[in-house]
Ligand binder design. Structure first.
Ligand SMILES: [Zn+2]
Length: 382
């Protein structure tokens, strides 16, 4: 098969939830184009009114809760909320394999002058879940994707902070069904539909893995009753203020955020996905399954904003996308796998199982690879 690409950016039609219109332009580009129609001044007013409604009136509670990873976006989120004069409670769900630079950036957010809760789910179970996610749905990051959405909401219920301020709606930046793009709210429905859970529910996992359900508390969304009682509302900051990863990075960097200093393996920049050594495996599987990687996502965002031409972007994608994850943030693959009790040959078999062979060139039944070990695609452009 030939892969169809957006005529404006470089996202492929094989990307889940992405659609190309009759002119061959993708839903992420159209969402970006539509942003020009948005009256950001009135959105800002809307945001301030909302915050006023929820903020603590008698100094007995935090004004809002910010889910933070420690990355450039959450650093910028915290700075913006502080700038508005609010007193946030920051909640961090520890990543599956936290890197040293990720740790430093978490400590940096703490030093910005906020209260900060770090929640680390049971590590022994976490490793089993990483392995299970990789084996069953080809996503090592399954528990992390779930935890970053469930843990802050649980914390909001626990600490009785009703307003949760998320960052960008990924459906908007990366192109999802139009219905989800215009919504300012992140709720259970959004999570189930777009949270990247790949149809795997926590209750199924408990049963298949024979894990008592109470061990999966951190990965379980609070009940409707609990949410109602605490009056929880989750909103996307990106709905009220124009969102841009590079501006967030510049703002974060000016406030102590550290970047990697060279291009992150398989990526196109040095300033994001710095907090988990497993990101490389996650991105590689995306490439094997759908024929695009992190470099495509990043380059496409810059093309949309006129910072790169499509041709310049394409060169970067060919060079960096889908790189075999020999190491990530300097940690060798064998050691990353060792932590989840997996050997290299088992990993290779799982790669094989999840590779969509129709997307790659083959020779004598074997997938052709370039000098970096990256599977070579059937086509890189229309
Ligand atoms: Zn596009």
């Amino acid at each position: 098969m030939r892969i169809q690409y957006c005529r404006n950016c470089l996202l492929p039609s094989t990307k889940p939830d992405l659609s190309l219109d009759n002119d061959g332009v993708c839903s992420a580009c159209n969402a970006y184009i539509n942003r020009k129609e948005i009256d950001w001044e009135s959105r800002k007013v809307e945001f301030l009114e909302l915050v006023e409604k929820y903020r603590s009136k008698n100094a007995t509670n935090w004004d809002c809760l910010i889910p933070v990873s420690g990355g450039k976006d959450s650093t910028a989120q915290v700075l913006k909320i502080l700038e508005l004069g609010l007193n946030p409670l920051c909640v961090n769900a520890t990543t599956c394999d936290l890197s040293q630079i990720g740790r430093e950036n978490i400590e940096n957010i703490k030093s910005l002058g906020v209260d900060y809760v770090e929640f680390s789910p049971n590590k022994l179970l976490r490793r089993k879940l990483n392995r299970f996610g990789l084996e069953t749905v080809g996503d090592i990051a399954w528990p992390e994707h779930l935890g970053i959405f469930t843990i802050p909401v649980r914390a909001a219920v626990q600490f009785k902070v009703p307003l949760i301020v998320w960052g960008e709606n990924s459906q908007n930046e990366y192109g999802g069904p139009a219905a989800a793009q215009g919504s300012p709210y992140l709720n259970r429905r959004w999570l189930e539909e777009f949270g990247g859970l790949l149809g795997l529910r926590t209750s199924d996992v408990a049963e298949i893995m024979n894990v008592p359900e109470n061990q999966l508390i951190p990965y379980t969304y609070p009940s409707d009753g609990e949410l109602e009682e605490a009056g929880i509302t989750g909103i996307f900051l990106g709905h009220y203020f124009p969102w841009d990863g590079l501006s967030n990075y510049l703002l974060a960097q000016a406030n102590g955020f550290k970047s990697y200093g060279r291009i992150v393996e398989g990526s196109a920049v040095d300033y994001e996905n710095l907090d988990n050594h497993q990101h490389g495996i996650h991105d590689y599987f995306k490439y094997l399954k759908f024929g695009y990687g992190r470099a495509t996502d990043l380059v496409s965002m810059h093309i949309r904003r006129g910072r790169l031409t499509r041709d310049q972007g394409l060169k970067i994608v060919i060079e960096n996308d889908g790189m075999y994850p020999r190491e990530y943030l300097g940690k060798p693959l064998e050691r990353i796998l060792d932590d989840i009790g997996m050997k290299l040959d088992q990993f290779e078999q799982i790669c094989e199982k999840f590779t969509n062979r129709a997307l790659f060139q083959q020779e004598n039944g074997r997938i052709k690879r370039n000098q970096h070990g990256t599977p070579i695609k059937v086509n890189y452009d229309n």
